[in-house]
Design a protein around this ligand. Sequence first.
Ligand code: GLN
Length: 307
Amino acid sequence: TPIPDYLVEVLDAVAADASGAVADYIPELAQVDPDQLGVVLATVDGAVYEAGDCAAGFTIQSISKPFVYALALQQRGLEAVLDQVDVEPSGEAFNELSLEKGSGRPLNPMINAGAIVVHTMVGDAQDPQGRCEQVLAGLSAFAGRPLAVDEAAYASESETAFRNYAIANMLRSRDSIVEDPEDVVAAYTRQCSVRVTTRDLALMAATLANGGVHPLSEERVVEEWVARQVMSVMATCGMYDSAGDWISTVGFPAKSGVSGGIIGALPGQLGIAAFSPRLDPHGSSVRGVEVCRRLSADMGLHMMDPP
Ligand code: GLN
């Protein structure tokens, strides 16, 4: 079957599954059409295959985390970032209030605690406004087009970000962040509120898979070691408390977000993105996960399979 027809078949196969629920702790996310469903594959040599609602916009949410981690690594170097945020799977939910025993660092950059610290490591520490612009510019470079913040989603999440304030205060108490916790949460929330399409996410993932070079713009966004580090951490921590099940059954680095997006990155091969707003208990898209499972099985994408 040609790839575009195959992608339509995959969407048809999962379309009837209406299980799960849209995130409602962010009021704006509860308003979206839960039936949206899309998938995009982007190869490292620039072929893009799409099916379903792949041009619909939604907020990037936690899928921003691996990319902002990449920007911090690129700017600060591996050691400086590891010094602040470890790379150990937490086995816990994305919004857990937890720090590593002993070192006191957030366990990894894919959970909120780590991502909030990583956000503050981009750009000039004295210039939080400029930092937000750098984060947006960096995400745009990964996507290969100018992205923008969804102001309604940002305002909505800001009104209910109590848990992230708790996390930021915990981080402030041990100087993991040194700015006002409320300001840092506001900036991190803007990062999560950047509006993308499924196509954007597939190209962002393909840029990682391509060692940091965007497959269409051919711009080098980050160095190869950065892409390797980011995909490694996605493989072990990207799916939070289902990371072990994910890597053993689906077998490629991935990251999900509460707006219903999910990405996969296959080093040297392709970027995958799916979108469907209803979430499972881990906070990952029910049908997005199922689309990835099918792609992995049908296309032989599990990285531990012999070539
Ligand atoms: N902005 C969301 C939060 O911080 C992102 C969470 C997610 O997508 N898992 O709660």
